[in-house]
Design a protein around this ligand. Structure first.
Ligand SMILES: [Zn+2]
Length: 128
């Protein structure tokens, strides 16, 4: 059995995944009201417009929450455990999840980095 890729599970997020592979953090924003989306969507949750586009983000933000993962969710992640995941409030307004450098705390300023694991581009936040 193969594990579905992020793009297979969520085609709306393909631009985000493509960005990670190119070393760019992208956020989806509404062209009608400029609301930045934390998750890839098909319509703006604020105004309902289907006109959403992707923008390059600075990669800078603040740690909102973090947790340590000790049990891999899939076999592909076993080599990484234990690892830390963070929710980061980007300066652009979106909240995104990524891996994290050790030693981060809630409220720390961070910046995005990118790495590849099991042929999959992933996001990691390090002290900014
Ligand atoms: Zn909108």
């Amino acid at each position: 059995m193969t594990t579905p890729t992020i793009s297979a599970r969520s085609p709306a997020a393909q631009a985000f995944v493509d960005g990670l592979a190119r070393g760019v953090l992208r956020v989806q924003a509404c062209e009608a009201c400029s609301t930045v989306q934390s998750l890839a969507r098909h319509a703006c949750p604020r105004c309902g417009s289907p006109r959403l586009s992707w923008r390059n983000a600075s990669g800078l933000g603040t740690v909102f929450a973090l947790t340590q993962v000790r049990r891999a969710p899939t076999p592909e992640f076993r080599a990484l455990v234990p690892y830390t995941l963070v929710l980061v409030d980007l300066d652009e307004g979106a909240r995104v999840m990524g891996h994290a450098a050790e030693g981060l705390s809630i409220g720390d300023r961070v910046r995005a980095e990118f790495f590849e694991h099991d042929a999959r581009p992933l996001l990691r936040f390090v002290p900014g």
